[in-house]
Design a protein around this ligand. Structure first.
Ligand code: GDP
Ligand code: IMO
Ligand code: MG
Length: 430
């Protein structure tokens, strides 16, 4: 099974970084393929606790090649800081490659993201404010600046001159903001290019060589299936494709080369930002799931916002599995449910008198859906030390099995804590 895509199958923060860090042990190449530094991936291993935003979670093994693929939008300043912080903690970034085709997040993207959110008022999306949407919009409208451009003085100056003129008109006339200086922006981004030059390269031959040699390759998803710009809860989505198709597109790997798609699902559901959330809970039930005060509390890794929490939604998870061809499920944070007397799973939606098995496309309709719950008994003992599936209490095994049955994929991994050793590997993925 040499090429595996590991993707978020909910609204992000499913524990992708944690599992990539573990599975990277068997991989030779790990690649990020979409999103940007809106992602926040937590890794807890023998070297400590790390919060990664752009660099793939395979970086902790110096033998592994780590790639930031063409489908990622890169904020060079964030990347440089991340490289510096890792190096300061003894992590080598010598084998980190950034695609020259990846688009650059420019200062006007960040400004526009924040100004547009402000202008949306009540209708805000709750973006991370990192410039993601505007950067992907520019890429699609062919006015983007790519990593390769940072290495060519003339190209950068030429492209920036054209783009900045339009952006400055937008900033000053529509949003009453200050314009950006061509001179300063040019020099600043040229300097980023100079400092990142050793990492910027054509990653196609690197990835292709690994595939031709049948070396194990792991594609690390960012965000989650329900934040997908086409298939998610539009407009409360991100601006890139976080799923398996996006993995092929964003890494430059043909779909026929993908051998497995692992969908990461939290044992319950969380969401950061605005948008519909049928199984959301509040009050004491929410406190139990949120686990404030623990290192794994449901607080956003990137923005520090409190995550919204709710019960496992099998309607959405099954849909995510179908649109991504998820054949293997990884269930994370099972331990968070350890103290609950009973646990709910949403198995369908009720809309007026109709029973729905698929999520409706529009937010207004999804918001009117009432979850139909099945209630399963809790186990009320700690699962944190379980290392084999059989070590889990029977009720926990039954809960996990029910999720797999409802979602329609085999069980691959169960995580019962944030550290590398707290993962039960039910099947060998590589
Ligand atoms: P990602 O964006 O999908 O990589 O996930 P995040 O890192 O944003 O959020 C997941 C959080 O849950 C992090 O704090 C992880 O350390 C933590 N975590 C991951 N798996 C487990 C688990 O099985 N149990 C517990 N208690 N925490 C976990
Ligand atoms: P990881 O990789 C959770 C959410 C934002 C917002 C919406 C759009 O850590 O799972 P954007 O800044 O992308 O334009 O915001 O998407 N969002 C995430 N939520 N985890 C993430 O990444 C997210 N990346 C974006 O909160 O609702
Ligand atoms: Mg995250």
């Amino acid at each position: 099974m040499p090429v595996i895509a590991l993707i978020g199958a909910q609204w992000g923060d499913e524990g992708k970084g944690h599992l990539v860090d573990l599975l990277a042990g068997k991989a030779r190449l790990v690649a990020r393929y979409s999103g940007g530094n809106n992602a926040g991936h937590t890794v807890v291993n023998h070297l400590g606790t790390f919060k990664l935003h752009l660099i793939p979670s395979g970086i902790f093994d110096p033998a592994i090649v780590n790639v930031i693929g063409p489908g990622v939008v890169v904020n060079p300043e964030v990347l440089l800081n991340e490289i510096r912080d890792l190096q300061a903690r003894g992590v080598s970034t010598a084998k980190l490659f950034v695609s020259e085709r990846a688009h650059v997040i420019m200062p006007y993207h960040i400004m526009l993201d924040q100004l547009q959110e402000e202008a949306r008022g009540e209708g805000r999306i709750g973006t991370t404010g990192r410039g993601i949407g505007p950067a992907f919009a520019d890429k699609m409208s062919r006015t983007g600046i790519r990593m390769a451009d940072l290495l060519h003085e003339e190209t950068l100056l030429h492209r920036l001159r054209v783009v900045l003129e339009e952006k400055n008109r937008l900033l000053t006339r529509i949003y009453n903001a200050k314009p950006l200086s061509l001179h300063d922006t040019y020099l600043r981004y040229l300097e980023y290019g100079r400092r990142l030059a050793e990492h910027i390269s054509d990653v196609h031959p690197i990835i292709n060589r690994a595939i031709e040699k049948d070396l194990p390759v792991l594609l690390e998803g960012a965000q989650g299936a329900l934040l997908d710009v086409d298939h998610g809860t539009y407009p409360y989505v991100t601006s890139s494709p976080p799923g398996a198709a996006g993995a092929c597109q964003g890494a430059g790997i043909g779909p026929t080369r993908l051998n497995a798609v692992v969908g990461v699902l939290k044992a319950y559901t969380t969401r950061v930002g605005e948008g519909p959330f049928p199984t959301e809970v509040h009050g004491a039930e929410a406190d139990e799931l949120r686990q404030i005060g623990t290192p794994w509390a449901e607080v956003g890794t990137t923005t520090g916002r409190l995550r919204r929490v709710g019960w496992f939604d099998a309607v959405l998870a099954r849909y995510a599995a179908q649109i991504n061809g998820i054949d293997t499920i990884a269930i994370t944070k099972l331990d968070v449910l350890d103290n609950l007397p009973t646990i709910k799973i949403c198995v369908g939606y009720r809309l007026n008198e109709t029973h729905l098995e698929y999520p409706p496309a529009t937010v207004a309709v999804l918001e009117r859906c009432e979850p139909i719950y099945e209630e399963l008994p809790g186990w009320r003992v700690s699962t944190r030390d379980a290392r084999h599936f059989q070590d889990l209490p029977e009720a926990a095994q039954a809960y996990v099995a029910r999720i797999c049955q409802l979602v329609g994929a085999r069980l691959g991994l169960v995580s019962v804590g944030p550290s590398r050793e707290q993962v039960i590997q039910v099947v060998d993925l590589f």
